[in-house]
Design a protein around this ligand. Sequence first.
Ligand code: 5AD
Ligand code: SF4
Length: 458
Amino acid sequence: MKRVYIHTFGCQMNVNDTLRMTEALQPLSYQATPTVENADLIILNTCSIREKAEDKMLSALGRYRQVKLQRGAIIGVGGCVAQQEKQKILERVPYVDFVFGPDAIAKLPEILQRVEADRVRVVETAWVDSETYVFPRADPNTSRGKATEFVTVMKGCDNVCSFCVVPHTRGREVSRAFDEVLREVASLTGVGVREVTLVGQNVNSYRGGCSFAQLLLRTAQVPGIERVRFTTSHPHDLSDELVDAFRVEPKIMGHFHLPVQSGSNDVLKRMRRDYTVVEYLERLGKLRAARPDIAVTTDIIVGFPGETEEDFEKTFALTEQVRYAGQFSFVYSPRPKTGAALREAEWGPVPHEVKIARLERLNALQKRISVELNAAFVGQTVEVLVEGASKTDAARRFGRTSHNRTVNFDGDAPIGALAHVRIGSASASALSGIQVAVGSVPAVPIPELAASPEVCVA
Ligand code: 5AD
Ligand code: SF4
């Protein structure tokens, strides 16, 4: 038995790809290990969405070099940086043995055999074209022990947001056939999973034989499924049909991640986001009319080229107006071959210290709003899907509400149960409470929480 350690950076697509890598390596007798020191194979599943993510990959590689020197471990680099940099990674880092793109996961056994037997360094970053691409099928055993799981429904992105590297690293959109998605969901309920999150770079332009709204409704009908979520969406195709799905299907959870990126129409135009702030707010209004208590979260980029103080004030005002339940805000970083990077000098780069100051102001505002919104739950009883032991106190439990709020609580409800928790206190990031009842337990008992891969959200 050999051991593989996979360090996962970035988004949920990568977390899912890591699970598929582990499965692809099983025929070669590799088992996942949570400790790099005893690994025979080290894989970095990389992210290139922002510069910082790439820097983190390079510093991790530096650390893993020791394991190679001591144990002769093989080192591979996968994910988005691999797709983008290809051969250049081998040139830059002499102790990397192979580089493989997101479409080459199924080829991992073949790649390793070449590395091990032929003692060659391998680069495998060819795209599989959309007609012939086959989504790796998840092995449900990988999900045993979990109450909630992610299911890939599409890959790639056909949008052209000028800041974003994803279309270059993940290629064109390819949707997975809906019957295959439903089969995978059914196989997950067979090992106790009760909640699924449908994932893709741009899920609401899904075209796998039905619309995305229909896919959500069908997923909710799979026996054993109690909760359905999805991520991530582009505001321009938030359809009325999708809004209606929130009106009619209570198993679709009350959370919508709707990245706005900026509150200034001028900036949105340069970002090529093809909506105005008013259009964004109109769609949000429809969503809130269909599900009044829906929690909306967003992504925002500050310091995009040419962003003036006035533009930033508009983003600040939009945050106040929408009162997001949470936001992920980032300073702009130029990415290779993207439209914004090519025109940054023309539009006017924003000085680093200005970017940081804006980010800090926005984060402080969001923190105040999150504290206020979370405080409103104190004294209420909420339904929580129990996911395992609390990360801060192993004697407590942890789960999430319909609105995707993290709840740590005292109680004994088993993993996979829907517990009723009375909230006693709240912070910006989590709620805390005491279990008052157990609503329902999973049909298939969940024995223990599976070890999760190391995730570094960069
Ligand atoms: N710089 C900063 N943030 C970025 N994002 C994407 N590309 C960049 C970039 N070049 C952010 C966007 C996106 C999120 C996943 O990452 O806000 O929604
Ligand atoms: Fe990137 Fe825009 Fe596609 Fe999202 S929608 S992955 S931000 S290009």
